[in-house]
Design a binder for this molecule. Structure first.
Ligand code: 5GP
Length: 120
């Protein structure tokens, strides 16, 4: 699947739409989810244009993938949920329920998050 440069996270990265920033460096941006599902709900994205976890782990090297996951842990510590615990979710593709086609890790915390797979 080709990267769609008009997706909402690409627009956030270009500064076309605002976000509530938690962390930014050369490689990653972390910001609050617009529709939080928990008291803490933050999204962490690499700045480079990868569609999904599938695309990311096909195309990026181990160093880049490792740097991204390290950033997710760093952001969780910055949010203060490392001691209480948190859930990290990476939805991938249709069956994974991915809505925005730019890879993102959800960090959910601030309360017990409940069953691992949410039913609807
Ligand atoms: P997905 O279902 O793709 O894993 O998650 C996409 C997430 O992006 C959803 O939790 C949704 O609330 C969030 N989201 C969608 N549009 C925006 C936006 O414009 N700004 C922010 N901050 N979050 C968004």
């Amino acid at each position: 699947m080709a990267y769609d440069t008009s997706n909402v996270f690409a627009r956030i990265l270009r500064g076309e739409i605002p976000c509530k920033k938690v962390h930014e460096d050369e490689h990653v941006l972390a910001f609050h989810d617009i529709a939080p599902k928990a008291p803490v709900h933050v999204l962490v994205i690499p700045k480079k244009p990868y569609v999904s976890l599938d695309d990311f782990t096909r195309e990026a090297g181990a160093e880049e993938v490792g740097r991204f996951f390290k950033a997710v842990g760093d952001v969780a510590r910055k949010l203060g949920v490392d001691q209480s615990g948190y859930r990290t979710i990476l939805n991938t593709g249709g069956h994974g329920g991915q809505e925005v086609p730019h890879i993102h890790a959800h960090i959910l915390g601030g309360r017990a998050i409940g069953p691992m797979v949410m039913t609807r």
